[in-house]
Write a protein that binds this ligand. Sequence first.
Ligand code: NAD
Length: 316
Amino acid sequence: MSEVADGRILVTGALGQIGTDLVERLREIHGSEMVVASDIREIPDHPCVLNGPFLILDVLSDKILKLVPEENIQTIYHLAAILSANGEVNPELCESINVDGTRNILEAARIHGSRVFIPSSIAVFGPDAPKHAPQITALNPTTKYGMTKVDCEIMGMMYWINHGVDVRGIRYPGIISWKSQVSGGTTDYAVDIFHAALSEGKSYDCFLKADTKLPMMYMEDAIKATISLMDEPLESMSLARCGYNVSGLSFCAEELFSEIKKHIPDFICEYKPDVRQNYADSWPDSIDDSVARKDWNWQPSFELEELVEDMIKNLS
Ligand SMILES: NC(=O)c1ccc[n+]([C@@H]2O[C@H](COP(=O)([O-])OP(=O)(O)OC[C@H]3O[C@@H](n4cnc5c(N)ncnc54)[C@H](O)[C@@H]3O)[C@@H](O)[C@H]2O)c1
């Protein structure tokens, strides 16, 4: 199925970590003019702005209702959100952008018949979920961010069941990438640590404990998962459609540090946990993604050794 057979693609929050890579890949596949990047802010020299159509769009505004027909948008990748660490500092803003912003996008999709991708997160799981998190389990997150992600999964299902809007989503683990800086997430350490290792000082203060294990994924795998999910025929989707578990890797900070040290032997890492430790402790260590593997043949490609090698090569 070609997702742009009848129209163009809109990406919200396109200047963020995932949008930077997703827009580039979608433009390679469909052509630059077919992919409209948007964000609440503009960065003039950002590749999403330079290499194709770009619009300022606040997902809380009703501009989206006009923009979808005007730009002939058939598919929306709705990435605009406030992430975990920032969300706990400003829970009202997190609720507003993550939940109200998503409702706005879903309304536009309902009115104009668009398809929607809405990322969920491993933050939907709370401390009562098994540490190897299955697709179906209690979703009792203790972070505001996690609660907004559960709300969005439920809202997506309601728009599918009640209005037939083709909504799909993935519970992303922590995403590791080199093209953009990260900020505001609990898994950011796994990106920051590379920048520190390659800096002059060659030292990093990690805000999580050495043995904190979390589900992670290399950006290439995240983009592959996102595009494969959206390319699948409707019939392949099961009840997990708005929040498929996908697994990439699972490692603790110490394991990542040891792997980086193989390339940069004089790199030093100290562990100084802050409030983000509490969020990480409430999440699973690893993810059971058997439903995604069965429904749409999901298969990750990157192991830790390859990921570290690729990050160092690209950031050097
Ligand atoms: N990066 C990860 O590790 C990760 C993990 C799990 C889930 N996710 C989810 O994936 C999605 C994208 O994450 P990301 O890492 O790219 O986030 P990011 O913080 O890097 O980017 C979010 C973008 O949204 C924009 N934005 C904020 N408020 C907006 C508004 N009102 N209107 C329009 N744009 C607005 C920001 O300017 C930013 O460019 C989010 O839904 C996030 O919850 C990300």
